[in-house]
Design a protein around this ligand. Structure first.
Ligand code: PMP
Length: 363
């Protein structure tokens, strides 16, 4: 037998299409759902203060941060696990609870990391269809099999901006077998102002098979810090603490996170800004004749389908915007090639986007 000429990955790994993040170069960056107002000055100061400490390993248990989160959100600090972005926690949950022969269920047009994380542990990702670009509880439940191990639901969902009400989420949970883990990915929770929405902590407190993941990358605008957290039942927290790296969250990220939590006024300002400019942008985009999917997060999905005069080409629109230094996200990887996802930025940025879309459509 001839020996292979190079190491070969496990079966299925080569089926993974790499996650391509937003481009870094460009003056107006509206491709990655980063908070429009940037980070709290308090978080930046805490980060800078850490400079003299970078030869030290961080607190491996993220203790101060977990307690700050527990105080801020009224949770049990012992059941919080921090990670290098919620991406890491999504990956760790797959690593711990799914493997070859298992299925990981999510909603079509759900966040792209779910199938990537499932495939990377050898599990089979299963996408349930949506109704009007919104997670369909019945469609998810219909696809649960004895092999289903995890159900991921982004709430609000990226990239559609749609959401499940507290009631619908409870109905989804009630329909799942007790051995299936429901992961509620609430990365955009802090933006939501509706009272029929809950991030999921109440379900976590009541049931041993529900986890809520959150991030500091969005409204807290600390994406570069790579900081996320999971609120878990005690059993799941124990498992995550077994499989995570011993120092998985940097000291700078922990310090910036604690400081960001100590600046609630900045958070309120960011939420109000988003509400105001998302409303403004949706109105302007609709006035241009574009279809905008209703969003409760800090981005909107804009469809170019049906635009007259050959202006139905979302990729051509993206290139046009890029020519003006405006970066927005193409949706081919999500199976939505007629759409672009546009993050809500500053007032000047949103005005520039509307002007550019107007010029594209009229050009
Ligand atoms: N979940 C959702 C729904 C997201 O949109 C994102 C960011 N794109 C993440 C998780 C991951 O965020 P992070 O790893 O920066 O915490």
């Amino acid at each position: 037998m001839s020996s292979p000429t190079a190491p070969v990955p496990r079966p299925g790994i080569l089926d993974i299409a790499p996650y391509i993040g937003g481009e870094a170069a460009g003056s107006i960056r509206l491709a990655s759902n980063e908070g429009a107002l940037g980070p709290s000055p308090k978080a930046m100061e805490a980060y800078a203060r850490l400079a003299g400490q970078i030869h030290r390993y961080p607190d491996g248990g993220s203790t101060e941060l977990r307690h700050a989160l527990a105080r801020r959100f009224g949770l049990d600090a012992e059941r919080i696990v921090c990670g290098a972005g919620s991406d890491e926690l999504i990956g760790l949950l797959c690593r711990a609870y799914a493997g070859p022969g298992d299925e990981v269920l999510y909603s079509a047009h759900g966040f792209l990391m779910y199938p990537i994380a499932a495939k990377s542990v050898g599990a089979t990702p299963v996408a349930a269809p949506e109704t009007n670009l919104t997670t369909d509880v019945d469609a998810l439940l219909a696809r649960v099999t004895p092999r289903t191990k995890i159900v991921f639901v982004a709430n609000p969902n990226n990239p559609t901006g749609s959401f499940l009400t507290t009631e619908e989420m409870a109905r989804l949970h009630a329909g799942l077998p007790a051995n299936v883990l429901l992961v509620i990915d609430a990365a955009y929770a802090e933006y939501v102002t509706r009272n029929d929405y809950g991030a999921g902590a109440e379900l976590v407190d009541r049931f041993p098979n529900v986890v809520m993941t959150r991030t500091f990358s969005k409204i807290f605008a600390l994406g570069s810090m790579r900081l996320g957290w999971a609120y878990c039942p005690a059993g799941v927290a124990d498992i995550l603490n077994r499989v995570r790296g011993p120092f998985n969250v940097s000291g700078a990220a922990q310090a910036a996170g604690v400081a960001a939590l100590e600046d609630p006024e900045f958070l309120d300002r960011s939420r109000a800004h988003n509400e105001e400019w998302r409303g403004w942008f949706v109105e302007k985009a609709q006035a241009l004749g574009l279809t905008v999917h209703p969003s409760i997060a800090n981005f909107v999905l804009v469809s170019f389908k049906g635009q007259p005069g050959g202006k139905d080409d979302a990729e051509a629109a993206r290139q046009f915007l890029k020519g003006r230094g405006i970066l927005v996200r193409q949706m081919n990887a999500y199976g939505l090639p007629d759409c672009l996802r546009i993050t809500i930025g500053t007032g000047e940025e949103m005005t520039a986007v509307v002007d550019a879309l107007d010029a594209f459509l009229k050009g």
